[in-house]
Design a protein around this ligand. Structure first.
Ligand SMILES: [Zn+2]
Length: 147
């Protein structure tokens, strides 16, 4: 069966990392989905994109329509919308199945629990650049309603 056009694989099929798929999400825009079963604690990858200062990150966050920026230290951030990989598409959930570990100027993503094929991957954005002004549509019973 042909795959829908909106589906992209990172990296190309055949690699061990084709567990990540990008598809339209019911939460928001495009999302990241499990292309294969993922075991709890498995490292999924890291956030990539343009390295920028936190000051520049905050400026971009005020102006951009879609924010895909992670602050990796008190002074440095990564803008995933510029040359970034699949994690720029990970949506927020108030009851996420993925957690972020920020250390040594990297933001790494790990499975919080076992994840089934086709499940959308989500993480808790924490203190986001949306400053609690963006309505959350994660649909979880624990939803805090705003990001
Ligand atoms: Zn929510």
């Amino acid at each position: 069966m042909p795959k829908p056009h909106s589906e992209k694989r990172f990296p190309p099929a055949g690699s061990t990392q084709e567990m990540l798929l990008i598809r339209r999400s019911s939460i928001q825009g495009k999302g990241l989905f499990a292309g294969q079963p993922i075991r709890a604690r498995k490292k999924l990858g890291e956030f990539t994109g343009e390295g920028i200062s936190v000051r520049e990150a905050r400026r971009r966050s005020r102006e951009a329509k879609r924010i895909a920026i992670v602050e990796i230290s008190a002074t440095r951030a990564i803008d995933g919308s510029i040359g970034g990989g699949p994690f720029q598409f990970i949506n927020h959930s108030c009851n996420p199945n993925v957690f972020i570990r920020i250390a040594y100027n990297r933001a790494e993503f790990y499975a919080k629990r076992n994840i089934r094929v086709g499940e959308e991957l989500t993480c808790d954005y924490g203190d986001s650049h949306h400053d609690g002004r963006l309505a959350c549509r994660c649909g979880s019973a624990k939803c805090k309603k705003f990001i």
